[in-house]
Write a protein that binds this ligand. Structure first.
Ligand code: SF4
Length: 99
């Protein structure tokens, strides 16, 4: 087996794990920001608004909310929280974007 074929097989074997890691990172916010590093004011506001990193309802998530501003693929900021969120997050202040 030549080196290129070995490298290709190694990449193919690792791809599902990389996709899983990326999905998990987006779900816990770490792809966009470090949730543990948020200031206490942010953590308190998120708790009071029952913020979750991954919405249980695919029709209600930050990227569909009027208060969401996209900053990068899968990442954005929230005008209510005044801080970073992921596109798939959700909180009680959700308001659908006008159509
Ligand atoms: S108000 Fe809530 S649902 Fe809307 S962008 Fe902010 S965190 Fe997401």
């Amino acid at each position: 087996m030549n080196t290129n074929r070995r490298q290709l097989l190694a990449l193919a074997a690792a791809a599902p794990f990389a996709a899983f890691a990326a999905t998990r990172a987006l779900a816990d916010g770490t792809a966009c920001y470090d949730p543990a590093a948020l200031p206490m004011s942010q953590k308190g506001l998120r708790k009071s608004l029952q913020f979750v990193e991954l919405s249980a309802d695919s029709t209600k998530r930050c990227e569909l909310c009027a208060f969401y501003k996209s900053t990068a693929a899968g990442c954005g900021s929230c005008q209510i929280l005044n801080g970073p969120v992921t596109s798939g997050s959700f909180c009680l202040s959700y308001a659908a974007k006008p159509k």
